[in-house]
Design a protein around this ligand. Structure first.
Ligand code: AMP
Length: 406
């Protein structure tokens, strides 16, 4: 809506300037993608694939397509299709205000069409790149002037060490099955990691005592995690290690992180991301590491409003152009056109109202000046310039108007 646009501009301008400062280049990928892309990457057993993805049958036997539910898999597809592995690595990419689609019961902070800022660094396994991406996410919120957020991170291991952690988790939760919520009873078989971030009270109590991924990391994942912690310390980021932090998508390996607002509930995550070292190989490419994050723009704006952080002002007209007679209206049309040509924001009175009504209109749109044309002004090549705040007016030559208003 128009009254929201100032917030969108504010958030988008910060995002662009920050991404440029970190050498990320913009990419826009299509809204429509092959349905199977996300099954292979996000994972068959995730909420996104099971309950949220839109499914469309293409015409002409073109197969199953979807409205993308997230960006990372799509950006990795583009990386592969456009041979970006031939560029210097890592390839740093971002996409902005990209619409994403997930079916759900719409509620505050959870929409069926929402928009994200996405940042991806593809082609480098160095933990310093994880730290760079986490710092970028955190700075984004800082530079928006947002306070009260927490930054949490964890390592969930990789294909070598995670199976052991999952086995221990399954064992642990099976022993306490009766205390799980109905959803988690189902997840226990399909996606046991997600039990750790269930919001149900009884499940949360169980998660406190559950086996921790960081206790099962292989040597390589442990080294990576220690390096990441060191870099985050050096960068003086207020990051807290949270052994219960997991994410809802299967492609993550090693690092995961989230930025959370203090607002309670499932909508508290303003942004999150992590490393996805197996994703590109899953799509048929050579093993290629990657790390990135996504921030939900609507959630950020909602939070900005709750903190009463003002948005950018909508552009207001400098001049309102009023006229007294039909002849003068032709001149008013010409003058308005000339002002706009000279980069001055001007609005022409319309609707054939009385001069008094036109001046009221000028007040209501907040233009600081009104230009008034009557038959006398048309004849003498002048115009009345009215200062709306002072309620004073003077007659000036037409050819001085642009200079006076610039
Ligand atoms: P995810 O890809 O699920 O990690 O989501 C990344 C970010 O996108 C979240 O932290 C939210 O800010 C935002 N987001 C995810 N789903 C929705 C939704 N249904 N409506 C609005 N924002 C969302």
């Amino acid at each position: 809506m128009p009254q929201e646009q100032g917030y969108w501009r504010y958030v988008e301008e910060k995002a662009v300037s920050l991404c440029q400062r970190y050498s990320y280049q913009r990419i826009d990928t299509p809204i429509m993608e092959a349905y199977d892309l996300f099954i292979r990457t996000v994972g068959e057993e995730t909420d996104i694939v099971q309950k949220e993805m839109y499914l469309l049958e293409d015409r002409g036997g073109g197969g199953r397509i979807t409205l993308r539910p997230e960006a990372t898999a799509a950006v990795c597809r583009a990386y592969l299709e456009h041979g970006m592995h031939n560029l210097p690595q890592p390839v740093r990419l971002y996409s902005l205000s990209a619409p994403m689609f997930r079916y759900s019961r719409p509620q505050a902070g959870r929409l069926r069409q929402f928009h994200q800022l996405n940042v991806e660094a593809i082609g480098d396994a160095d933990a310093a790149v994880d730290a760079e991406v986490i710092e970028l996410a955190w700075r984004f919120f800082q530079e928006l002037g947002v306070t009260g957020l927490s930054l949490q991170f964890n390592s969930i291991g990789d294909g070598r060490c995670r199976p052991e952690h999952l086995r221990r988790l399954k064992e642990y939760y099976s022993r306490h099955r009766s205390r799980l919520c109905p959803d988690c009873k189902g997840r226990l078989e399909r996606n046991v990691l997600r039990l750790l971030d269930c919001k149900n009270e009884s499940c949360q109590a169980l998660a406190e005592e559950a086996p921790r991924s960081t206790d099962y990391l292989c040597d390589e994942c442990q080294d990576h995690f220690l390096s990441l912690r060191r870099y985050l310390d050096i960068m003086e980021l207020p990051a807290q290690a949270n052994p219960k932090l997991v994410r809802g998508l299967d492609y993550y390996t090693r690092t995961v992180f989230e930025v959370q607002s203090p607002q309670e509930g499932a909508q508290s995550a303003l942004g999150g991301g992590g490393r996805y070292d197996g994703l590109i190989q899953e799509l048929g490419g050579k093993p290629t590491p990657g790390v990135g994050f996504a921030v939900g723009i609507e959630r950020v704006i909602r939070y900005l409003k709750s903190l009463e952080i003002p948005s950018a002002e909508a552009p207001r007209p400098t001049a309102f152009v009023a006229y007294v007679t039909e002849d003068a209206k032709d001149e008013a049309v010409r003058l308005t056109s000339q002002l706009r040509g000279a980069s001055i924001n001007a609005v022409l009175a319309t609707g054939g109202r009385s001069l008094k009504a036109q001046l009221k209109q000028a007040d209501s749109i907040g233009a600081p000046y009104t230009l008034i044309l009557g038959d006398e002004e048309v004849r003498s090549g002048t115009v009345v310039l009215r200062d709306m705040a002072q309620s004073t007016q003077e007659s000036i030559p037409r050819d001085q108007v642009v200079e006076r208003l610039s």
